[in-house]
Unconditional design. Structure first.
Lengths: 125, 125
C-alpha cells in the first residue's frame, strides 16, 4: 500500500499542532481556508484566524492520531484528544486542493446512553 | 480522479441500506464483521446480527451520503440521516479486507453550545 500525499499532509497537520509549530501548521493551509465545527455551527475563515483559533485553544491538550484515510480529495483523521485528564474523540475531514487545506470539517462526538430495544443484538464494552 | 473500489463499496453499503436491500447489504459484509458505536460503547458481532441491527432500526429513516473518502484500507462516509422529521449526522469508518467490510466504526455527533472565549475568531451559522 503506497502512502497518499494527503495522508502525509493530514498527519503533518496534527504533528505540527501537537508540537505547537504554528508556522509549520500554517504552511499546510490555503490563505482562504474555512473551518466549520458542525455541532456548534461555528465557522472560522482565513489562515491567520484559523491558526490563532488553534494556538489559543485552552488547556494542556495533546492529540494522538488513531486512523487516517486519504484520497485525491483530501484526508480524514480520527483523533484522540486529551485535555486536563479528559479524553475526547475528534473526527476531521480535510479538503485538499493543490497540496493545501481549503476546508476543515470538524466533529467531536460525545458519549450518550444507548437507545432501548437492541440488547438482543448488542454487547457493551 | 479515478474512483477507488472502496468508494464504490461505501456508496453501495448506504444505497442498499436506503433501499432496505438487506441481501445486497449482507453481501458487502465479512461473516465476522464487527460494528462498534463508540459513543454508546455498543458492539455487534457477525454478519447476521449486524444486518438485523440495521433492518430493525426503528422509524422511517432515510440516509443521504454527503461525502466519501476511500483508500486501500477502507472508506469513510459522512451521511445525513433523516428520521421522523429529525436530521442527524452520521460518520462511518469502514475497514475493508479483500473487498468485504470487516469493521464498522460509527459516530453520531450531536449539536452542542460553543465554548466561550472565541467569538473574536468565530462566526455562527
Amino acid at each position: 500500500m503506497t502512502i497518499h500525499p494527503n495522508a502525509e499532509l493530514v498527519r503533518r497537520y496534527w504533528s505540527t499542532a501537537e508540537a505547537r509549530d504554528w508556522e509549520g501548521f500554517a504552511a499546510l493551509l490555503h490563505p482562504d481556508v474555512v473551518y466549520e465545527a458542525h455541532q456548534t455551527r461555528e465557522r472560522v475563515t482565513g489562515r491567520d484566524p484559523y491558526v490563532r483559533f488553534n494556538a489559543e485553544f485552552p488547556g494542556d491538550w495533546h492529540v494522538t492520531v488513531v486512523r487516517v484515510l486519504a484520497d485525491d480529495s483530501g484526508g480524514f483523521a480520527w483523533t484522540s484528544f486529551a485535555v486536563d485528564g479528559e479524553e475526547m474523540t475528534g473526527l476531521h475531514v480535510l479538503t485538499v486542493v493543490d497540496g493545501l487545506v481549503t476546508k476543515v470539517d470538524d466533529f467531536w462526538p460525545e458519549p450518550y446512553d444507548p437507545p432501548p430495544g437492541r440488547d438482543h443484538l448488542v454487547e457493551r464494552w
